[in-house]
Ligand binder design. Structure first.
Ligand code: GCB
Length: 641
C-alpha cells in the first residue's frame, strides 16, 4: 500500500501541460503503410534579386521543370556542397524542391478509411508545401519534423499522382531560431548593387536543404495521434503511465500490451489513460553502467472504432524504457545511481552531404562513441535526427537534448516575437522526444547573451514553459557568461558551463588552466549550489601537425589542454562536477574566418572520423571513469570493441 502511494505521488507530480497534438515517428504496422520519398528530387534556387520569382510565377502550379532549368538534388542532403557553383554554396533565399510520386491504388480506393500524411523530418528553415499545386502546410524552423494531412488532395487526383513541391527559405532573422541578420552592403564602390550577406553568431556552417527523410504514410481515419509515457519504479515494480490521444472520432476503444524484447506480454491496459505495472522490471540503463544497457519494452497500442458501419483498427508500437532521473545539489541520478557524463558534443556535419542524414555516418559515429567509452552527448546546437535518437535509446547513450537556441546574442533576439517562437520550438522538441529514455535533460540554448537584462525574463519564461510541458526532466542552458552576471542561471537545474582556457583567453598558456578552471567551478558552485557540467572545453588541432613542447594547433597541444582540464575534473567530480563533454567529437565546417582552417578543428576525430592523438587520451580516461563509477561487474574492458 505504502509503495503504491509513493508511486501514485511520483506520477501525480508528473502532470504535464497537454500539447494537443502528436508527432509520432512514422512506423509501419498492420494498419499503417509507409512510402519513403528519399532519392533524387528536382531542384531550383531562385536567384532573382528579390528571390521572389518562384512566387510571382507560381512555380508550384506546374511541374518545376516547366518553370526553367532544374537540377537533380538528393534528399536528404544539404544543397550547399553538391555542385561546383560557389553561389549555390553560399545561397540565401528561396530554393524549390519537387518530387512526383504515384500512390498505390490501395491508398486511394478506401477513401472513407484511409488517411494519407506527408511528413518532412526537417528542412532548413522556413518551408511552404504544396501537393498538386494546393498549399498544404507551412513550417518555421529547421531540425524538427512537420506534417500535413493530404488525403483529400491525393484521393481526388487522377491516377494517384502526387506532386510535392517544397519552397524553402534559409534566411535567418533576429526573430528566428537560431537568429541571424541580413546585412545589405550599399557602398557601390565596394559591392555590386543589391549585395547582401547573411550574418550569424554561431560557429557552424549554415547548411540548408531537406535534411531528413520525407515520407508518406497512411493511418485509418480514426487514428492514434499521440502517446505520452512517463515511467517510475520502486522496489521490484516498474510503472509505465500512459496517455493516448485519438483523433477522428470520440467513440473508440483502446487496448494496450507492454511487451518485452522477446515479445512476451508483461502488462496490459485499456482506455486512453492508465498505468501499467511491471514486476521485476528491466530498467533502462546508460551504456557502461550496466551489462544490459538501453533495455527497451514495446508498448503496443491498439485502437478500435466503427467507421461507416465497419470495424476499423489502428496499431502503433512505441519503444519504452523504464528509468528515473533526479538532480540533487551535487549529483545527477539515473535510477537513483549517480551518473557522471563522460561524453562529447557533436554536430550533424559531413563533407558533401552537410547536415543531411546519412546512415553510414550515423553507424560509424555510434561505433566511435562506444570505442571511446562515451556514455553521453549533447545535441549541440540543435535537435538531431530522430533516427540518431532511436539509436541513443537502444544503445543507452544519454542525451542532453538542445534546442536550436544558439547565437542569441543581441537585445533584439530577446523580444516577444523571439520568445513566442522559442516556446513553440520547445513544444515541438518535447512533442517529438518526450518518450525517449535517453533524453535526460533539455537544454534551451547555447551561450546566449545571458548577461543582458532581458535574459532574465526570457529564460525564466522559456524554462518554466519547458518544465510545464515536461515536469519529468531537468532543464538547463549552456552558459559562457560570467557567473556573477548570468541572468538565466537562477532558473536552471544543472549549471552547464563552457570555457576555453589557454585558447581564446591566455592563448598558448597551458600553465593557467588548472587555476582558472578551479576558480570557475568554485564561483559557480558557491553562487548556485547546483551540480555543474563542463559542457565544452577543448582546442583546435590540425591532424598530423606536431610540435613538442606543445604549441597551439598541434596534436600535442590539444592533448595537453585535455590533460590539464582532466586533473581538475578529477578533484571536482568528487564534489559537485557531474560531467565533462569534449568540444568536439569531430572537426566540422564553419563559415570562413581567419581563425578557421576549412572549419573548426577541435574534433578529437577528423571530419572523416579518423582519431587524433587526443582521442586516445579520452578513450583511456572514459573507460577508467566507467570502471570507477558503474555498478557493472566484472571490470569493463575496451579491447573487445
Ligand atoms: C563555443 C561554442 C561552439 C564553438 C566553440 C569553438 O563556445 O559553443 O559552438 O564551436 O566554442 O570552437 O569556438
Amino acid at each position: 500500500m505504502a509503495l503504491c502511494c509513493a508511486l501514485c505521488l511520483l506520477l501525480l507530480c508528473c502532470q504535464a501541460l497537454a500539447l494537443g497534438r502528436g508527432m509520432l515517428y512514422p512506423r509501419e504496422s498492420t494498419s499503417r503503410e509507409l512510402k519513403e520519398l528519399n532519392g533524387i528530387w528536382s531542384f531550383r534556387a531562385d536567384f532573382s534579386p528579390q528571390r521572389d520569382k518562384g512566387f510571382v510565377h507560381q512555380w508550384y502550379r506546374k511541374p518545376l521543370r516547366q518553370s526553367g532549368p532544374v537540377i537533380d538534388m538528393p534528399v536528404p542532403a544539404s544543397f550547399n556542397e553538391l555542385t561546383q557553383d560557389p553561389s549555390l554554396r553560399r545561397f540565401t533565399g528561396w530554393v524549390w524542391y519537387e518530387k512526383e510520386v504515384l500512390l498505390p491504388r490501395s491508398w486511394l480506393l478506401n477513401a472513407l478509411n484511409t488517411r494519407v500524411v506527408l511528413r518532412v523530418g526537417s528542412a532548413h528553415y522556413y518551408s511552404i508545401v504544396w501537393v498538386n499545386g494546393v498549399n498544404v502546410t507551412e513550417h518555421e524552423g529547421g531540425h524538427l519534423p512537420f506534417e500535413a494531412d493530404i488525403t483529400r488532395i491525393v484521393q481526388g487526383s487522377p491516377g494517384g499522382l502526387c506532386r510535392i513541391t517544397i519552397a524553402l527559405n534559409n534566411t535567418l532573422t533576429p526573430q528566428t531560431l537560431p537568429p541571424g541578420s541580413i546585412q545589405f552592403k550599399r557602398d557601390k564602390s565596394k559591392y555590386p548593387s543589391g549585395y547582401f550577406v547573411q550574418k550569424t553568431k554561431f560557429d557552424f556552417f549554415n547548411y540548408a536543404g531537406i535534411h531528413r527523410p520525407v515520407v508518406l504514410y497512411t493511418t485509418p481515419s480514426v487514428y492514434i495521434d499521440d502517446i505520452t509515457v512517463t515511467t517510475a519504479w520502486a522496489g521490484n515494480i516498474g510503472v509505465v503511465r500512459y496517455e493516448v490521444l485519438v483523433m477522428g472520432n470520440t467513440r473508440y476503444s483502446l487496448s494496450l500490451n507492454l511487451r518485452e524484447k522477446e515479445g512476451k506480454v508483461v502488462a496490459t491496459g485499456e482506455g486512453p489513460i492508465g498505468e501499467l505495472k511491471v514486476v521485476e522490471p528491466k530498467l533502462w540503463w546508460p551504456y557502461l553502467m550496466h551489462e544490459n544497457p538501453g533495455y527497451l519494452y514495446y508498448l503496443e497500442v491498439k485502437l478500435s472504432a466503427q467507421v461507416g458501419g465497419e470495424l476499423s483498427e489502428d496499431v502503433y508500437t512505441l519503444p519504452v524504457g523504464i528509468r528515473t532521473v533526479h538532480v540533487t545539489s551535487r549529483r545527477f541520478l539515473i535510477n537513483g545511481e549517480p551518473f557522471y557524463f563522460h561524453g562529447v558534443n557533436k554536430h550533424e556535419d559531413a563533407d558533401i552531404r552537410g547536415k543531411g542524414l546519412d546512415w553510414a555516418l550515423i553507424v560509424k559515429d555510434f561505433n566511435l562513441l562506444q570505442w571511446l567509452g562515451a556514455n553521453s552527448f549533447r545535441t549541440s546546437h540543435y535537435p538531431y535526427a530522430e533516427e540518431i535518437m532511436d539509436l541513443c535509446d537502444a544503445y543507452g547513450i544519454v542525451v542532453i537534448d538542445e534546442s536550436p537556441g544558439v547565437g542569441i546574442k543581441y537585445p533584439e533576439n530577446f523580444g516577444n516575437k523571439s520568445l513566442a517562437h522559442h516556446l513553440v520550438v520547445m513544444e515541438e522538441l518535447i512533442r517529438r522526444d518526450k518518450n525517449r529514455p535517453s533524453v535526460v535533460m533539455w537544454s534551451v540554448a547555447n551561450e546566449p547573451a545571458s548577461e543582458l537584462l532581458p535574459a532574465a525574463y526570457y529564460f525564466k519564461t522559456v524554462i518554466a514553459h519547458t518544465k510545464a510541458i515536461d515536469p519529468t526532466r531537468p532543464v538547463t542552458f549552456v552558459s559562457n557568461a560570467n557567473y556573477a552576471h548570468d541572468h538565466g542561471a537562477p532558473y536552471v537545474d544543472v549549471i552547464c558551463v563552457n570555457s576555453y582556457f589557454s585558447w581564446y583567453f591566455d592563448a598558448g598558456h597551458l600553465e593557467v588552466i588548472q587555476l582558472q578552471l578551479n576558480t570557475q567551478f568554485k564561483n559557480w558552485y558557491k553562487t548556485y549550489k547546483k551540480p555543474i557540467i563542463q559542457s565544452e572545453y577543448g582546442a583546435d588541432a590540425i591532424a598530423g601537425l606536431h610540435n613538442d613542447p606543445p604549441l597551439m594547433f598541434s596534436e600535442e597541444y590539444q592533448k595537453a589542454v585535455l590533460k590539464e582540464y582532466h586533473s581538475v575534473f578529477d578533484k571536482k567530480r568528487k564534489e559537485y562536477v557531474i560531467g565533462e563533454l569534449i568540444w568536439n567529437f569531430a572537426d566540422f565546417m564553419t563559415d570562413q574566418a581567419t581563425s578557421r582552417v576549412l572549419g573548426n578543428k577541435k574534433g578529437i576525430f577528423t571530419r572523416q572520423r579518423q582519431p587524433k592523438a587526443a582521442a586516445f587520451v579520452l578513450r583511456d580516461r572514459y573507460w577508467k571513469l566507467a570502471n570507477e563509477s558503474s555498478c557493472l561487474r566484472p571490470t569493463l574492458t575496451y579491447y573487445n570493441l
